[in-house]
Design a protein around this ligand. Structure first.
Ligand SMILES: C[S@@+](CC[C@H](N)C(=O)[O-])C[C@H]1O[C@@H](n2cnc3c(N)ncnc32)[C@H](O)[C@@H]1O
Length: 213
């Protein structure tokens, strides 16, 4: 799959934990982060209605605005998200693995956790590493810090699934669903249309902000 492929929203939306969230919060509010080309859109507009969207890139926002005319859009870096106890659902396809370091990843997760209402859900689709990964000549993977470089620039953070799990738990989440999709691969850069077995694997995860005891 490439990074704008159809997302498995449908498989998420049938999970009991998702149905419970929606039953308790029919009006949300709902947030998509790193909206980009918004592969979620057709599915979630039918099910959820208008969704707030943030992205740090103006052209991504302009693109999404044309498709989701009732949504609220904001140009914002996830690292600057400063909202508390608001969203019933936050969704991300492919933003988190664009962050440059584990420190940024942890900060983003803490911001998302804080933005959720207690009991709220975070849905994530992201790339993860595996032992057979290999990359084109213009990319270099540094296993010690999980950074994938394109030239001098960190292009992606390709974490092992166990580190993703650890990051979520450290940020205070409870993991509700955690699935490495058999046979699915995600193209780690823009230069190809078809994925190959050496590309990163795909993780789909649902995590909740636990209700206070
Ligand atoms: C790989 S694209 C994915 C876009 C879309 N979610 C999709 O699946 O097609 C990543 C998106 O995240 C946005 N993004 C990357 N880093 C971000 C950050 N720190 N804060 C907010 N948005 C960010 C990019 O501008 C881009 O739109």
């Amino acid at each position: 799959m490439n990074e704008s492929s159809k997302f498995g929203f449908d498989s998420f939306s049938r999970l009991p934990v998702f149905e419970k969230m929606l039953f308790e919060n029919p009006a949300g509010p709902f947030l998509e982060i790193g909206c980009g080309k918004l592969p979620f859109l057709p599915d979630y507009l039918a099910l959820l209605g208008p969704v707030d969207c943030i992205d740090h890139c103006v052209s991504s926002i302009e693109y999404c605005q044309k498709l989701n005319s009732e949504g609220q859009f904001k140009e914002l870096d996830i690292l600057d998200l400063n909202i508390i106890n608001t969203y019933a659902l936050v969704m991300d396809t492919h933003l988190l693995h664009c962050l440059g370091s584990l420190e940024s990843y942890q900060k983003a997760l803490m911001n998302i956790h804080r933005a959720l209402k207690p009991g709220g859900l975070f849905l994530l689709e992201t790339m993860i590493s595996h032992s057979q990964m290999a990359f084109e000549l213009n990319l270099k993977y540094e296993p010690s810090n999980f950074q994938l470089y394109k030239g001098d620039r960190v292009s992606r953070l390709v974490l092992p699934s166990i580190i993703v799990e650890e990051q979520f738990i450290n940020a205070g989440f409870k993991i509700e669903y955690f699935k490495v999709e058999d046979g699915l691969r995600m193209i780690p850069h823009d230069g190809r249309e078809e994925s190959i077995p050496e590309d990163p694997q795909v993780l789909r995860l649902v995590a909740s902000r636990p209700k206070d005891l």
